[in-house]
Ligand binder design. Structure first.
Ligand SMILES: Nc1nc2c(c(=O)[nH]1)N[C@H]1C(S)=C(S)[C@@H](COP(=O)(O)OP(=O)(O)OC[C@H]3O[C@@H](n4cnc5c(=O)[nH]c(N)nc54)[C@H](O)[C@@H]3O)O[C@H]1N2
Ligand SMILES: Nc1nc2c(c(=O)[nH]1)N[C@H]1C(S)=C(S)[C@@H](COP(=O)(O)OP(=O)(O)OC[C@H]3O[C@@H](n4cnc5c(=O)[nH]c(N)nc54)[C@H](O)[C@@H]3O)O[C@H]1N2
Ligand SMILES: [Mo]
Length: 832
């Protein structure tokens, strides 16, 4: 069984961190105090500070009820989603009480699994709920072994070092003897597995050359499927919105921008970028066409390739067509991506003749054969030879969590370990990396596992045996939103005997659970975090703003109660309260700060100040250039690859002999794509990340009124595609393929490429008949349409951006949406 895991969101690489520390000493900042007495006194009258993925804010309370969230004074671009955050606390979709599915309660585990999602719940007491959960954890462990329990529980749980519900879950499951874990994530599942072979690190979450350096040096900024002005609205920790500042710097500098994307994005519009819209999923072909032009016109940098890379000689016969008779010329690429050959050649010449930064997003690897795109981009930029120069090369996180916002010189807050008795651990090295589970599967292969227990699966050079899973326990994630091929998933879920969920929202996942436990939001408990995944500019108190609403409890309290029931209460808590843990994380940071020559205020002063604690920004970090050190000395600063260089050909991958992941970047047809050779439907579905949501979060709030069309999830379509189908703006349409069907509300717009429709991920799944897989989704969950296969045998990532479908006008009576209210049976159910 492979235990390969990859960290989800490392903040800064260790190397940068040490550089920062050294620089600080040089600046003679030793002993400087970070929070003055004046600053503490001044803030006494302000509303309470708190924070979440969307940023720092202050909560205003009247009569015990939160009435407003005001953006933090220091947030340069506060998120327009904040009103939705407030609404999520009190919305009709809030889970109020512990609930159990009636068939499960009356007939036991595994009863009537087809009835999941029908909303037939019974309200139970907390005591009863805790007992049911504890009994199930013991029963399934004793019957099937610990791997019968799935605790992978992926998703965007709230930030906060204390109430990390996934750590809390794994801590409990470890005390119960173990569990099946998951590795990787849905964001960069393909790239994070292949890039260690190419550049020696997962790279996708590494800091990029900073925005100020770009503004000063970059002549051509290419946003390749990358949209900072939407995707950096949030962070995995607390959003700093530094990418918005960065894009403004480019705007002021007048930097020329190109957007390669089926959508003319917010970023493209803000920068008046040239818009190039290839067929989705054909980017590798287009990059090959550019690379071929560079080579055939002698524009490539052979010196860079010789000094800093290996394997170009093995890739070249593929590029020129020597091995397969097909030169990967601009003309060849044009036939695949539908961008004129002249445009492709022109791009090659402009890239080579300017200081060019290629910013690549994640969507292009969330596709069948998604491993190839990042590899090919790095190959292309290696040929351009600008990697490590100020403003040149490539960046893989300019669009994400404000990558490129300069990193402040701060200590890293520790967090609770998922190893009972393990104390605290450094963030960026999650405990589940070291501890793992008893077994582990690639995160997006759960449905495959449920359908094929015992099957052998290829994964990253290993063969893993898929475990038999009978109980899934989900906290802080929404698999009935995030996973692909919803109907296959609904069928697979029937193999579970028990499904337990904590959430504060009646998501489709909660609706499909057997036991639902109401968690608090972050705003009903205390916690602590850092601002900016890359910026790390402040340590911020995430203060409790109101008491828990209805019967909700913190995940920590819920798990503590279960641990007590299992006779492991003390092991679980180590005798510590919420505030004990938070104080501990802060005080560990104090020690680290002191070692770096900075004096942080004592915890009580920090906590009572209602302020975020700011850390200094050093010139060296402000002017950070990715790979400058590697470029300066490739021997001393060798990469973590087998050769220490960028690998355009990988012997390690070659040894795996995978038919769907060759040893150098290659164009391979995905299972389906727009105008593909075997594709049965005429429109590509771009399942992008939503503007006014975080995935499915806030879909149940008043924010929906800003974007829903006749109450449905919007479906953007090009005017010509609409006209060809007799459709007009505002129509309710049915979008369908062989896998599923959804309703959506039509938005006719020319900011989308012809042949592509856009339906954002995260719309709540609302099947007309939950007992019948394939039933119409009334609201518009796009994952009814996407494919459920893995990207390749190498990474087994998800393919959330692989889907084709057809759109037609919906005829007949429009079904009422049910998913934004409580499950009906709740109201008349009596307490047991
Ligand atoms: N087709 C397609 N599918 C996709 C994508 C795509 O691009 N296209 N994107 C993929 C990507 S990149 C991702 S990251 C995933 C996102 O998938 P998820 O992260 O699963 O999506 P969220 O909607 O953020 O779900 C988080 C859930 O956790 C709950 N929650 C938050 N805080 C807490 C807490 O403290 N305690 C408890 N108990 N619950 C809490 C929220 O209410 C919410 O229901 O989706 C993936 N799916
Ligand atoms: N507001 C908001 N921000 C978010 C999130 C959110 O839910 N809401 N989610 C966060 C998370 S978890 C993640 S992982 C990141 C995701 O970051 P990404 O995966 O980069 O985001 P996407 O929106 O899926 O896609 C980015 C762009 O790629 C384009 N695109 C799609 N397919 C193709 C293609 O085949 N080729 C090309 N060239 N372009 C294509 C899309 O049109 C879109 O403009 O975003 C994060 N930021
Ligand atoms: Mo993600």
């Amino acid at each position: 069984m492979s235990t390969t895991s990859t960290p989800q969101r490392p903040a800064v690489s260790r190397r940068h961190f040490l550089q920062g520390a050294a620089a600080l000493g040089a600046l003679g900042m030793a002993g400087s105090s970070l929070l003055t007495k004046g600053a503490l006194a001044q803030s006494a009258s302000k509303d309470t500070i708190s924070a979440c993925h969307w940023g720092v804010f202050r909560g205003h309370k009247e009569d015990g009820r939160l009435t407003a969230l005001t953006p933090w004074e220091k947030d340069p671009f506060p998120s327009p989603q904040l009103p939705g955050v407030l609404d999520s606390i009190y919305s009709p979709t809030r889970i109020k009480y512990p609930m159990v599915r009636r068939a499960f309660l009356e007939q036991g585990p595994g009863a009537d699994p087809e009835g999941r999602g029908t909303g037939d719940f019974v309200r139970v007491s907390w005591e009863k709920a805790i007992e049911l959960v504890a009994n199930e954890l013991v029963r399934v462990r004793d019957t099937y072994g610990p791997t019968g329990i799935f605790g992978g529980s992926y998703g965007w749980k709230s930030p906060g070092k204390m109430h990390n519900c996934q750590t809390l879950l794994r801590r409990l499951l470890k005390l119960n003897g173990g569990f099946t874990n998951s590795s990787g994530d849905y964001s960069t599942g393909a790239a994070q597995v292949i890039l260690p072979y190419v550049v020696g690190s997962i790279e996708v979450y590494e800091q990029c050359t900073t925005w100020p350096v770009l503004a000063e040096n970059t002549e051509l900024m290419v946003f390749w499927g990358a949209n900072p002005l939407r995707n950096s609205e949030i962070c995995w920790q607390v959003a700093d919105h530094g990418s918005f500042v960065g894009v403004d710097l480019l705007k002021k500098a007048g930097t020329k921008a190109i957007c390669i994307d089926p959508v003319r994005t917010e970023t493209a519009q803000r920068l008046d970028a040239e818009w190039i819209a290839p067929r989705p999923q054909t980017d590798v072909a287009m990059m090959l066409g550019i690379a071929h032009t560079l080579y055939s016109e002698g524009l490539h940098d052979q010196g860079f390739l010789d000094k800093y890379t290996t394997g170009f000689d093995k890739f070249l016969p593929y590029l020129t067509g020597e091995v397969d008779g097909q030169p990967k010329s601009a003309e060849w690429a044009s036939a695949i991506c539908e961008i004129p050959a002249d445009t492709i050649k022109d791009l090659a010449r402009r890239f080579a003749s300017h200081r060019t930064m290629l910013a690549l997003g994640y969507s292009t690897q969330r596709q069948h054969h998604g491993e190839q795109v990042h590899w090919m981009l790095i190959t292309l930029t290696s040929m351009l030879g600008q990697i490590g120069l100020p403003g040149g090369g490539y960046g893989l996180s300019y669009h994400y969590a404000s990558g490129g916002a300069p990193t402040h010189n701060s200590p890293i807050l520790t967090a609770m370990s998922d190893q009972p008795g393990g104390g605290t651990v450094a963030v960026g090295e999650p405990a589940w990396l070291a501890g793992g589970g008893t077994a582990s599967i690639p995160v997006s292969r759960l449905v495959e596992t449920l359908l094929n227990p015992g099957k052998k699966m290829d994964f990253n050079g290993h063969e893993i045996e898929l475990p038999t899973i009978k109980l899934a326990y989900w906290v802080g994630g929404n698999p009935f939103s995030h996973h692909q091929d919803r109907n296959e998933m609904v069928r697979a879920w029937r193999n579970l005997e028990t499904f337990i969920v904590h959430d504060f929202q009646w998501t489709a996942t909660a609706r499909h659970a057997d036991i639902v436990l109401p968690a608090t939001t972050s705003y009903e408990r205390n916690d602590i975090s850092q601002v900016g995944d890359y910026a790390l500019s402040h340590i911020v108190p995430m203060k409790k703003l109101i008491d828990p609403v209805f019967e909700s409890r913190t995940d920590y309290d819920i798990f503590t109660a279960i641990a007590h029931k299992l006779g492991k209460g003390y092991e679980y808590t180590e005798g510590k309260t919420e505030m004990d843990w938070i104080r501990g994380f802060y005080e560990a940071a104090m020690i680290e700060a002191r070692a770096k020559g900075m004096e942080m205020p004592v915890f009580d002063a920090f906590w009572d100040s209602d302020e975020a604690l700011e850390f200094p920004l050093l010139d060296e970090q402000k002017n950070f250039v990715r790979y400058a050190d590697f470029r300066a000395d490739p021997l001393l600063n060798a990469l973590g690859t087998a050769s220490g260089k960028i690998e355009i050909f990988s012997r390690n991958i070659e040894k795996m002999h995978y038919d769907d992941c060759p040893p150098h970047p290659s164009w391979m047809e995905p299972v389906e794509r727009l105008d593909g050779p075997t594709t049965r439907y005429p429109l590509h579905i771009a399942a992008n990340h939503p503007v006014k949501r975080l995935h499915s979060q806030l879909c149940g709030t008043s924010l929906r009124e800003d974007y829903a069309v006749k109450g449905r999830e919007p479906c953007w379509i090009h005017p010509e595609d609409a006209a060809a189908r007799g459709l007009v703006d505002g129509d309710i349409v049915r979008v369908f393929n062989d896998r599923g069907q959804i309703l959506a509300g039509l938005v006719v717009t020319d900011v989308i490429r012809k042949g592509v429709v856009r339906i954002n991920e995260g719309g709540w799944f609302d099947p007309v008949d939950p007992r019948t897989p394939g039933s119409l989704c009334r609201y518009g969950d796009v994952n009814n349409l996407t494919v459920g296969i893995g990207t390749s045998k190498l990474a087994q990532g998800n393919c959330g951006q692989t889907a084709v479908a057809e759109v037609e006008k919906f005829e007949g009576p429009v079904p009422e949406i049910m998913v934004f209210s409580e499950p009906a049976a709740q109201k008349d159910a009596s307490k047991t």
